[in-house]
Ligand binder design. Sequence first.
Ligand code: NI
Length: 153
Amino acid sequence: MIRPVLRMGDPRLLEKAAPVTRFDTPELRALLVDMRDTMAHLDGAGLAAPQIGVDLRVVIFGGGANPRYPDAPDIPDTVLINPQLTPLSSEEEDGWEGCLSVPGMRGIVPRYHRLHYKGFDQHGQVIDRLVSGFHARVVQHECDHLDGILYPM
Ligand code: NI
């Protein structure tokens, strides 16, 4: 089900989200269906659960070019739960970002270029990846939402 996306100014976007403690539950499956439907409807490159008002450390991202990101490289469709991010070097890179919670705006945001991220998928299987560039940027953007951070901040 497509859900309304909270907009900047909504205090729920500024909270620190809670870890998921049980995987493979009907509630988690239903949340992910709603997140995928909402992200696809809005041509997002990613979405975090707090953006639809759900206080859990769950993000999804992936896909390739779409009308909002015509030059985006392919990123595997990913469900990332309870993520841990570690930059692989201090090197940062500026790039344009948008956010479904900040409609109609783009901004230049510095992000770590190379990133190690870990977490779990919806079944509780470990995800452990080394990425760079746009993939690293999307993960950093989405995971910031779990700590109440929007890119203009
Ligand atoms: Ni966002």
